[in-house]
Design a protein around this ligand. Structure first.
Ligand code: SF4
Ligand code: SF3
Length: 548
């Protein structure tokens, strides 16, 4: 076994990738990611102590957040980049440690190896990495709970980074990230570990609320929007991932250059924001969910900017047109560097590249409708409440989450198509691509698919549910006519799931398969306490949900 990773839905054989990731992540990168996480635990051990003593190294929180994010599925495949990150992590750890020593704070109680080990060369990192991976925790239930927590932290970090990029931070979230990292270095009881997993759900809600505030304060509230899915006859840049600050800077820098901008996959919801809609060269959305990029990046013809996951290892035929930035990376691709001294990122190389490229090849025509984040839905609240009271809307189905390449995910297309016409789908995340181009009609003018936005905008769906609970005077969110049939793929979906559990949502169905990182005992806890279930056949599941 040259690696072990079971953090995403594609884990080989529903058990774990042991030679190379199904996602394309090579073993050396997987191992270095494990080592980076391990080293973050060491930094957190010192930094929590430093914070208690009033010593705050500004670099630490950002470094932890960005590093966790870089280990999310399909974010970063760059081995050399991870060698550099581990080197930086060790240097930062020593900086925090030395600050403690020079301030006379005892560090004698910090004895965990993650705080003590050191190495200098790529070879030393590789050797160390082999000893600190997921399987170094021998008890499968402890491993399961620790990794469930770590994956929740990865998702939380992704959202914290987007908020940070817009100038929004919350110390309590950073403190929890560090506390949770440190918890995995200790022998805790099962109850303590479950407590931390549930607490992660609370901070999941907090971080999504923070990002929601950051996004809407900066770019306005998303509004109902018809998004063009066709093309124009100019060269274009395709922007994918989740980072709206990158979107803003790209739109500003391309204005007046004759180069058009299109979104791909999870950047689609950028089309719903007033601040972005005003740009005449922002054409619309090109293509579908992340996993179709191997054909859609090909036919786009112009350069592509990946701001975050999900990056598929690019084919040689279009590799020279793919750029990464932020936490993303891939060997051989040009990486656009971070903002410095308050200046925006410099996308000029991508813009010049675009000018030499042919316009995108048309793959679709028409429009899709989105922009149903909480503010917009609550503006329609009277209409929605009336429709529920009159029976015109029988039930809502939250189908947020991720899309992926597994054929079994066709379940979600079939499920959406088979739902009775008096039901409405609430969605967020790239899961929507499984049904957002079906003609499912509307109920008295309310579309049957309401897209709130990106996966982090699942927060909007929670706000809507809580509002409906209030309007209908219910004591429990589970009394609402809402069923949860969530599709997951990577670790942002893990924090969304934990956030829903924290909000008290029960009976969530999760598919297309249950996470490999849930040991039978941990899965049993989730089933018994929260009613979590997998998916069955479309017909059985619809009957089950509607029978409730
Ligand atoms: Fe396998 Fe998923 Fe890990 Fe990639 S991220 S190595 S596909 S479990
Ligand atoms: Fe999709 Fe990767 Fe999860 Fe943001 S882009 S939801 S899979």
């Amino acid at each position: 076994m040259s690696m072990f990773c079971y953090q995403c839905q594609e884990a080989a054989g529903c058990k774990g990738c042991t030679a190379r990731g199904v996602c394309g992540k090579p073993a050396d990168v997987a191992n270095l990611q494990d080592l980076l996480i391990y080293t973050l635990k060491g930094i957190a051990l010192y930094d929590l102590k430093a914070n208690e003593a009033g010593i705050n190294n500004k670099k630490v929180n950002k470094f932890i957040v960005d590093s966790l994010f870089s280990t999310i599925t399909n974010a970063n495949f760059d081995k050399e980049g991870f060698d550099v990150r581990v080197t930086k992590a060790l240097a930062l750890r020593e900086e925090v440690k030395n600050a403690l020593i020079s301030n006379g704070v005892s560090i004698e109680d910090i004895k965990h190896d993650s705080a003590l080990w050191t190495g200098n060369t790529a070879y030393e990192f590789e050797e160390k990495a082999k000893t600190v991976g997921v399987l170094s925790t021998e008890n499968e239930d402890v491993r399961s709970l620790r990794e469930l927590l770590i994956y929740g932290l990865k998702g939380m970090a992704a959202y914290a980074e987007h908020a940070f990029n817009l100038g929004y931070e919350d110390e309590a979230i950073y403190t929890f990230l560090k506390k949770a990292l440190v918890s995995t270095t200790k022998d805790l009881s099962v109850d303590e570990m479950i407590g931390l997993v549930l607490e992660a759900g609370k901070f999941g809600v907090d971080v999504m609320a923070l990002l929601d505030t950051a996004n809407t304060s900066t770019y306005g509230n998303p509004e109902i929007t018809k998004v063009n899915i066709g093309v124009r006859n100019n060269s274009g840049i395709l922007i994918s991932g989740h980072d709206l600050k990158d979107m803003e800077e790209l739109l500003k820098q391309t204005e007046g250059t004759g180069v058009d901008v299109y979104t791909h996959s999870e950047m689609l919801p950028a089309n719903y924001y007033p601040a972005f809609k005003k740009y005449g060269h922002f054409v619309g959305n090109y293509g579908n969910a992340w996993w179709k990029q191997d054909t859609e990046f090909e036919s786009f013809n112009g350069p592509i900017l990946m701001t975050t996951n999900c990056l598929v290892p690019p084919k040689d035929s279009y590799k020279d047109r793919v750029y990464t930035t932020g936490a993303t990376g891939f060997p051989g691709l040009t990486h656009i560097e971070e903002r410095k001294d308050g200046k925006p990122k410099d996308f000029s190389v991508i813009i010049e590249h675009a000018k030499k490229c042919a316009p995108p090849t048309e793959i679709e025509r028409g429009e899709i409708v989105g922009g149903f984040a909480h503010n917009q839905v609550l503006a329609l609240a009277d209409k929605v409440v009336d429709a529920v009271k009159s029976g015109a809307i029988r039930r809502f189905f939250v189908m947020a989450g991720c899309d992926g390449r597994a054929k079994s995910r066709n379940y979600y297309t079939d499920f959406a198509a088979a739902l009775p016409k008096d039901t409405v789908i609430l969605t967020a995340g790239c899961a929507k691509y499984k049904y957002n181009k079906l003609d499912l009609g509307d109920i008295g003018g309310i579309p049957r698919v309401l897209d709130a936005g990106q996966c982090n905008d699942s927060y909007s769906l929670a706000v809507i549910a809580l509002k409906l609970k209030e309007v209908f005077g219910l004591a429990d969110i589970n009394e609402l006519p809402i069923s949860f049939n969530i599709a997951w793929y990577e670790q942002k979906a893990v924090i969304v799931l934990l956030a829903l559990l924290y909000l008290g949502v029960k009976d969530i169905h999760l598919g297309p398969t249950l996470p490999a990182f849930l040991s039978p005992n941990v899965a049993k806890v989730l089933v018994e306490n929260f009613g979590i279930a997998g998916i069955g056949t479309v017909q059985d599941d619809i009957e089950l949900f509607l029978g409730k």
